[in-house]
Design a protein around this ligand. Structure first.
Ligand code: DLL
Length: 441
């Protein structure tokens, strides 16, 4: 369902809109945020130097560390009395990053997410089961306001309490479900354990994101629930969920809300823009935000973009699935591999359940990589729970072989009994790095 003209703008119309909004944003940050003022001065530029979208090259980048150093409110471009909401990310090292919203920001965000839900298949009058966590995380409230704005009866179930999720899915009969793919998979498993068939639920569309996931995981979720699954992307620093979303018609790249966010893809080493279609780090500049505008924010996320018109008819720039964060890229004996690539190949191994974890350790000199996989219930029953059984050993060999051939890395494989790998209620933890105290990745 197309709910806004901008989804069909010509490139020329979109660029004109983006340029006028970019200019307004630059004047605002230059006027109100000492951090940007200083950075612009260092580079001897002012907002007037930006006369075309290509001129964005002249502007400085913003990084997560800039947010931390300006904790909590120093990057805000409005008076505190204009704020109506604060969100924060927990931050694994040091201070959290804090983001603020004015009333207009919340209204724009609600529009953006309403549009995203519609792009992914949601329609007014349906019931929307929102299993993203509510709280400082932007997932819950972001999707919530979007669902309401679209006119859906939005169920603020949040993450966790899987029993309750299952009862409400049975009783309320939602048409759309949202949550992290790993948690939605857990809901399916728990339904199956209770003898319920998720395929018989009323859900027709799934809006999954907030963590990297693979095409193979999409197939698993679509098959388990008999739904169409679309990828939704976003990050709190840029706004929250809704920066980009896949359409349910093509499921082929995520449509960026370009009227609100200007995208670039850069080579993280040279910081130069890379051509369309080439992978690099996503960089976003907000075009309409009032409280917390961001200029050339380096997301750390790896993806590529295309400007070709989509099969659904929308003309907006699309980004590929996010492969992973630069910080999560494993470098195993010189080979780079993202957990999402491991997932892609693991799921193709019939004897396994779609859960995994990469454990990194160090024996003093060498890094040790151990991939934990889970044997599926059927195989586990077949070997009578004997994990030393030769059949399990042959599965281990199969995994080793697949990793070596497809991801080009040798790993130690540890096969575990069903349900041994911890399930998440929000973002899944795929990498456990026990080397952190000795070396950084
Ligand atoms: O995860 C916002 C969100 C909520 C997006 C609900 C989608 C759905 P943060 O907690 O700030 O915000 O985390 C942002 O999560 O930089 C990516 O590394 C990762 N991420 C988000 N969406 C995707 C996705 C929310 N669809 C960080 N695929 C981002 C892969 C994703 N990674």
């Amino acid at each position: 369902m197309i709910i806004h003209d901008v989804e069909m703008y010509s490139r020329k119309e979109m660029k004109a809109l983006q340029l006028s909004r970019l200019k307004e944003t630059l004047i605002k940050v230059y006027d109100k945020v000492p951090f940007y003022q200083e950075k612009f001065r260092e580079l001897a530029i002012s907002p007037e130097d930006i006369q075309t979208l290509e001129d964005i090259n002249k502007l400085p980048f913003t990084k997560k560390s800039d947010l931390r150093e300006n904790y909590p409110f120093n990057l805000f471009a409005v008076d505190m009395k204009e704020l109506v909401r604060l969100h924060a990310s927990s931050g694994t090292s040091g201070k959290p990053t804090v983001v603020g919203y004015t009333k207009n920001d919340i209204s724009n965000w609600s529009d953006i997410v309403a549009r995203a839900i519609a792009i992914a298949g949601g329609e007014p009058a349906g019931i929307f089961h929102n299993a993203y966590g509510y709280g400082l995380f932007t997932g819950g409230l972001g999707l919530h306001y979007g669902g309401e704005r679209l006119g859906m009866a939005t169920v603020p179930i949040s993450g966790g309490n899987t029993d309750r999720q299952i009862s409400l899915i049975k009783d309320f009969k939602p048409t759309v479900i949202a949550g992290t793919p790993s948690y939605i998979l857990k809901i399916a498993e728990e339904m199956e354990t209770r003898g319920l068939n998720p395929r018989e639920s009323s859900i027709k569309f799934g809006i999954f994101g907030a963590e990297p996931w693979s095409e193979e995981m999409r197939k698993v979720l679509e098959e388990k629930f008999d739904l169409k699954a679309c990828d939704i992307y976003g990050l709190s620093e840029v706004m929250g969920p809704g920066v980009a979303v896949e359409c349910h018609e093509a499921q082929n790249g995520l449509h960026i809300a370009e009227d609100h966010f200007f995208v670039e893809v850069i080579n993280p080493d040279t910081l130069e823009q890379v051509p369309d279609g080439e992978e690099g780090e996503l960089v976003f500049t907000s075009l309409t935000k009032e409280a917390f505008p961001v200029i050339r924010y380096r997301t750390g996320d790896i993806a590529s973009i295309t400007r070709e018109t989509c099969r659904c008819g929308r003309t907006t720039t699309r980004m590929s699935r996010v492969k992973g964060r630069i910080d999560d890229m494993l470098i195993i004996r010189g080979v780079n591999v993202f957990p999402s690539e491991i997932e892609h190949y693991l799921i193709q191994i019939q004897e396994l359940a779609p859960h995994y974890q990469v454990h990194l350790a160090c024996d003093g000199t060498l890094d040790i990589v151990e991939l934990h996989v889970e044997i599926n219930e059927e195989i586990y029953q077949r070997v009578n729970g004997n994990m030393a059984h030769e059949h399990i050993q042959s599965v281990v060999k199969k995994v080793q072989h697949s990793m070596k051939n497809n991801c080009l890395v040798s790993m130690n494989i540890k096969a575990l009994a069903p349900k041994s790998i911890p399930r998440s209620e929000g973002k899944a933890i795929r990498i456990l790095d026990k080397r952190k105290s000795l070396f950084t990745i």
